[in-house]
Design a protein around this ligand. Structure first.
Ligand code: S3P
Length: 439
C-alpha cells in the first residue's frame, strides 16, 4: 500500500464548522499526572495519536492500568509512589520529545536503572538539555555519545532541590524540572523564559504546592514535594497547533470561511493568531470561556487577500514554535519580504524545520535567504504553481507533511507528498477533516 498522497488541484471554496483533535500537550500531561493520582481519572476528547499512545504504553510498563476508548479514556492511578516495575525496564518515547523529556522528571527517584529509547527522529534530538538539570537533583542520567537517546536513568532517594534557569523557552525542560521538583524535599526554584504553561495550570488546578510569579519575559516558579494528587477528570480542548493548518488553509483559499470550535487559546500558544493578524489575516475569536484554568474559544477565519509581510518579533517565537512551517506559507503569499529570526529552537524539532520550511518554499518557486537561525521569505501574492513537486525524506515530521498538503491545496501544482502515516503522530484525522471541507 502506498504511503504517499498526490494532490493536483486547489481546494474549492468552503464555508464550514469543524472541531479538530484534542491538544497534544494537554493529552500527554493528563496521562502523566493521572498515572500518579489516587484512583480513577477520566478524559474525554483525548488525542489518540501515536505520541499519546506511547505515553499510555510507558505508564503501563510502570505498572499503571488504563483503558483507551474514543469516548472516554481511564487511568487507574496508584498514588504518587505507585510506579512498580521489573528490572531492565525499557521505555519507548517513539517520536515524542514531550513524553521523553517529561517522563524523565517523574523518574528522578527511580531505584532501578531504566532505559529510554525513541524513534530515528527523537534519537537525533538533544537530551543533554534535560539531563544536566535532572542530574543536579542527584539522578544519574547517561546519554549516548551525541547527547541523545538511548539514555539510562538511575534515580536517587536523596534528591536535593535545585535552582534552574531555563533560557530556551522550552516548556518540555521547564515541565520536566517541575515534575522532578514534585518528587524532591525542599523548594525547587525555576526561572523560565516564557513558554507554554499547561503543567503549571494543571498543577494549580490540582492544588499542588506550586507558586508562580510572572513578569514580562520570565516566570519564577517554586515547587515543593507533592504528597498526593487527586484524580483528574478532564475534557481536553482542541489543539491550536492542529487548528493552525486549517486556519492557514482558509486564509489562503478564495471566498471561504471556517469556524473551528472549542480551541485552546491559552495565551502561551496563540503566537500564530497574533502573527497572522499582523499580516492581515482575518481571524475572529468568539465565545471565550475558561476551563480548568485554560482559555477556550471558537476561532473563525475568513479568506484573506492583501497579506502583508512581517518582521516577526522574537518575543512571539515561543508561542508559535510549532506553527512556523505553516506561517511561512502565509509569508510566501505576502506582499514583500518577511523576516523571522532567533529561531534556533526550530532546528531542534522532529526535523530541522528551518531547513524544511525553506526547502518547501524553494520548491514552490519562492526565494528565501536562510541563516543558522533566521529566514527571509520573498513573498509573491500572485504565485501560481504549475510544476511537479515531490516532498520526501523529511524524517516523517508530521508538520512537514501537513504543511505540504496545505501548500498544495492553496497554491496549486502537481504534488506528491511521501510518508502520509506521519500524521498519526499528532493528528490522525487530518486528511479526513480536509475531505470534509471538500464535500
Ligand atoms: C511541548 C513543548 C514544545 C513543543 C512541543 C510540545 C510541550 O517543545 O515544540 O511540540 O508539550 O511541552 P520545546 O519544549 O522543545 O520547545
Amino acid at each position: 500500500m502506498t504511503n504517499s498522497i498526490k494532490i493536483k488541484k486547489k481546494i474549492n471554496k468552503f464555508n464550514k464548522k469543524i472541531r479538530v483533535s484534542g491538544d497534544k500537550s494537554l493529552s500527554i500531561r493528563w496521562v502523566l499526572f493521572s498515572s500518579l493520582a489516587n484512583g480513577k481519572s477520566t478524559a474525554k476528547n483525548l488525542l489518540l495519536s501515536e505520541d499519546v499512545l506511547a505515553a499510555f504504553n510507558a505508564i503501563k510498563k510502570l505498572g499503571i492500568k488504563s483503558k483507551i476508548n474514543t469516548k472516554e479514556c481511564v487511568i487507574y492511578g496508584k498514588g504518587i509512589d505507585g510506579y512498580k516495575y521489573n528490572n531492565k525496564l525499557i521505555l519507548d518515547a517513539k517520536n515524542s520529545g514531550t513524553l521523553g523529556r517529561l517522563i524523565l522528571g517523574l523518574l528522578i527517584n527511580t531505584p532501578k536503572i531504566i532505559k529510554l529509547i525513541g524513534d530515528k527522529s527523537l534519537s537525533k534530538r538533544d537530551f543533554k538539555r534535560i539531563a544536566v538539570p535532572l542530574n543536579k537533583f542527584g539522578a544519574k542520567i547517561k546519554l549516548s555519545k551525541q547527547n541523545n537517546l538511548p539514555l539510562t536513568i538511575l534515580g536517587s532517594q536523596n534528591l536535593k532541590p535545585i535552582k534552574y534557569k531555563e533560557n530556551r523557552g522550552s516548556a518540555q525542560c521547564k515541565s520536566s524540572v517541575i515534575f522532578a521538583g514534585m518528587r524532591t524535599n525542599g523548594t525547587t526554584i525555576i526561572k523560565a523564559k516564557k513558554s507554554r504553561n499547561h503543567t503549571e495550570l494543571l498543577s494549580k488546578h490540582l492544588s499542588l504546592p506550586i507558586k508562580i510569579k510572572s513578569n514580562k519575559n520570565f516566570d519564577l516558579i517554586e515547587i515543593r514535594k507533592v504528597k498526593k494528587i487527586d484524580k483528574l477528570n478532564y475534557d481536553i480542548p482542541s489543539d491550536i497547533s492542529s487548528a493552525a493548518f486549517f486556519i492557514v488553509l482558509t486564509a489562503l483559499s478564495k471566498n471561504s470561511k471556517l469556524t473551528i470550535t472549542n480551541v485552546n487559546i491559552n495565551p502561551t500558544r496563540t503566537g500564530i493568531i497574533t502573527i497572522l493578524k499582523k499580516m492581515g489575516v482575518k481571524i475572529n475569536i468568539k465565545n471565550k470561556r475558561i476551563y480548568k484554568g485554560e482559555k477556550i474559544a471558537n476561532v473563525q477565519i475568513i479568506s484573506s487577500s492583501n497579506i502583508k509581510a512581517i518582521n516577526c518579533p522574537p518575543t512571539l517565537n515561543s508561542g508559535a514554535i510549532d506553527e512556523f512551517l505553516i506561517i511561512f506559507l502565509v509569508a510566501a503569499k505576502a506582499d514583500g519580504i518577511s523576516y523571522f529570526k532567533n529561531l534556533d529552537e526550530l532546528n531542534q524539532k522532529e526535523s530541522p524545520r528551518l531547513f524544511w520550511g525553506a526547502k518547501i518554499l524553494n520548491k514552490m518557486g519562492i526565494k528565501t535567504i536562510t541563516k543558522k537561525n533566521s529566514i527571509k521569505i520573498f513573498g509573491n501574492p500572485n504565485l501560481i504553481i504549475n510544476k511537479k513537486i515531490i516532498i520526501k525524506e523529511f524524517l516523517k515530521d508530521h508538520r512537514v507533511f501537513m504543511t505540504s498538503v496545505i501548500a498544495a491545496l492553496t497554491f496549486g501544482g502537481n504534488w506528491t507528498i511521501h510518508d502520509k502515516d506521519s500524521i498519526k503522530t499528532s493528528f490522525p484525522k487530518f486528511l479526513k477533516l480536509i475531505n470534509k471541507l471538500k464535500k
